[in-house]
Structures are given as structure tokens and as C-alpha cells.
Design a protein around this ligand. Sequence first.
Ligand SMILES: [Zn+2]
Length: 488
Amino acid sequence: MATYDTVIRNGQVADGTGKKLFAADVALKGDRIAAVEAPGSLKGNNEIDAQGKVVAPGFIDVHTHDDTALIDNPTMAMKASQGVTTVVCGNCGASAAPYIRDDYGHFLSLIVKRVENVSKTFAEFAAKVEVAKPAINGAFLIGHSTLRMNAMGDDLARQATAAEIGVMRDLLDQSLEQGAIGMSSGLFYPPAMAASTDEVAEIAKPLGKWGGVYTAHMRDEGDDVLKSMDETFEIGRRAGAEVIVSHHKCSGRTNFGRMKETLPKFTEAMKQQQIAFDVYPYVAGSTILRKEMLDRADKVLISWSDTVKGVSGRDLKDIAQEMGCSIYEAADRLQPAGAIYFMMDEKDVQAAMSHPGAMIGSDGIPFDTHPHPRLWGTFPRVLGHYSRDLKLFPLEDAVRRMTSYSAQRFHLTKRGEVKPGFYADICIFDPATVIDTATFEKPISAAKGIDTVLCNGEIVWRDGKPGAGRAGRALKRQDLQAEAKASA
Ligand SMILES: [Zn+2]
């Protein structure tokens, strides 16, 4: 009988495909899953007892801003503690590469805290990630807003010229060649608001050539959400790229209930082209503090401010009252700052999460002083609150929306399933107790019920703390595609 490096014994396997739980032992050798066999049939140098636990693929957080967190915070505890073993970075138009300037503004401060972490080329950035030896894997999108800042400097409140579009298209082409897996846009944000549909569609053309995906923080997630969906789908078609709509929501009280319009629209469009979307399991969103967003939210909490101390985690209304001014003026005085906006309907969130096109992404912002709880809570919250307690969907389907479906949509070859030959990214959790503990009041708090997490065969979370494993990789397009081809 072969002896493996590690055997995970006595667990119930949720293999990631949505197939019903089954009892099996899972053997790991090196960075791969080597065997999945009947209980008691495999022998390992190390054994992990998973009695009463579920053995699932490591979760894939498809919507993150962890680009430079992988470098500055390589244990990635906020994600490993949830069972996450791969993060897709560079979303919403913001990536840390390619960036040819020596400074970075308010928008990039969402993802960059040290200027040393921005890089002139994607290859240089990926090398920085690898040198940092993060505990978990990263895959990277190139941000359209980042491309704009390269080509247009600070003159962003206009459409790009043909020459500038050429510069951006070439930068994207070069980045994809070097290993980026796609492009993201954030037409909702000031650096890209003035960009036309044509601009984005033209820049995105290399996606078709390299097989990259297009993810979109859409221009409008409120009154004009349907129009924005059309624009996003059109860009994907014109670029020849698969589309992922980011953090799908119907934002603002007057738009509550409109998932009844957007979800059937997704269902229809999915018959014509490859489209999917991600969702986070909360009724509040979070991003930079913007006056234009205040009227849309029922409540606004400050997540960080560089100018006023002691306001993180507090209600903007209370801060304004103390300052003796309006919330709009208070927002001005706090800049640069970030905020949490309560602006969604619970029923909409549940409807979105259960749609066939939905996968789970946290959209957590890693450097916030008082972050949105999704940064530490997303995946256990879907498993414990939505699947187990509310019975929104079976556990196997919850796992699928965090693993195999996500890997397929982002072309993360050999990730997202518990199957021989796949990478040994594994999350062992207790289905009876798994739950998020991060709250809007106390957001930095590891989930309960996540037992052991392995990435590329090494333990990255165990007994409520980070493991020694630092085998995470920068997953590059060309490697993913070569491996897909070799195993086809
Ligand atoms: Zn976004």
C-alpha cells in the first residue's frame, strides 16, 4: 500500500461539484491530492482526523482587493481563517500593476499602502508576490482605472483619445502575456466614470486573444442597473471575453426588490454568452467615502479616515452632529476616507446568492482600520447562516459556489475540487458549528468551525491560528492554460 504525505481520515467529502456528501479518506502527496478512497484504505506519514467534519476544496474568493495584502500580510489570516486558499485580485478597475507613476492617489489607496508595492509591469508585480511567500494563492486582473492613470495621468474626467486607448490596450496585452488572468473595470468610480463603452470595449480586445475574463463593477447598480448590465455584456461580446459582474446588487431603497428584473435578465443573457456574477452575503457595501453615495444609504459607517482620528466604526450622522455640520460637509472633512453603506434588501441578497450564475466573493478591503465584516466573515457566513440556518441552499451547493464553479469561471485549472490530480487546497470545517463572528461593531474576528486549511499541501490555518504553510503562488494565465491543455 502506497504511503502518502498526509491522509485526511473519517471526513465527509464535499467534493466541490455539488455532489452529495460522501465518506472518504483524502490522501495528499506534495502539492496535489493523490487519492480519494474508502475510509480506512489509505495510509499517510501525517494523519488529520476529520471525524464529524466536512472535507471541502479550499474556497476561492473571486472578488478581492488583496493585491498587495499578499505582500504586506502574507499569512493572509483574514482569508485563511475562512478556508479561503485562492484570492482573485485586481477587481473594480484597481490593480497595483502595471503602474508607471511614482505616486498613487486616493483611488489606488483602496489596495496600496506602500508605494514600493506598485509595479511597472505585471511580471515585476507577480515576482514581488512570489518573494513574499504568501500562505494562499493569488490570481490577478488588470484594472482599467489603473490603465487610465498610466495613459492619462490625472486628466481622467474625459474620454480617452485613440492614442491613449492604444497605450492602454498594449499595457493590457503585455500584462496578459505576462500572466494576468483578465481585466476589471470600475466605471462607477471617478477615475473611469468618463470612459465610454467604446473605450472599454477597445481596450479589452486582448482578452479575446489571450483567453482573459472581463469583470465589471458596473457603471450603475441603482436606478440604471439594467442599462449597466447591457453595457457590461456588450463589452464582453465585443472583446470576445467571458463576463463576470462584480458584487451584484440593487442599490438604494427605491431599487429594493429589483432582483426580480435583474436575475431573469442574467438568465436570458447567460443563454447567449458566458456570463456569471459574484455576491457577498451582507446588505451593506463598502468602498471609499463618496458624497454622491450618502443619499442612497440608510446608514453610513466610517471604515477609515486619514485626516480625522477616532472615527473608524462610527456612524457618519453622529460624527456630523459633533462637528456641528451636515453629513456632506463631515464627509469632506474626513477625506481621504472609506465607508460602509447600508443600501441593500435582504431578500434581494438571498435571491442573488441562489441564482445559478452566482458565486461567492467577499469584496473585503484588507487595509481598513474598521473593515466591513465581510473581510473576515463571508464564507463561513454563507455556510453557517445562509445554508445551514436559513436553508437557502444545501451545503454541497454552497461549497460549489465557492469552489468548482468559481474555478471554472476564472479558469483556475485543477483548483476547486477534491479529486485526484487537483491541487491540495483543502478546507476542513465542522458543518454543525461553522459561522462568521465578525460583526459591523467588531469586524476583525476569525470565524468559528474552520478546523484545518491547507494550500498546495501545506497547513495555513489550524486550531484558530495561522499554520506554517507559505506555499501560495501567483497563478499565471499561461501556466493555467498549459495545465488545462496538458490534461485535456
Ligand atoms: Zn467594486
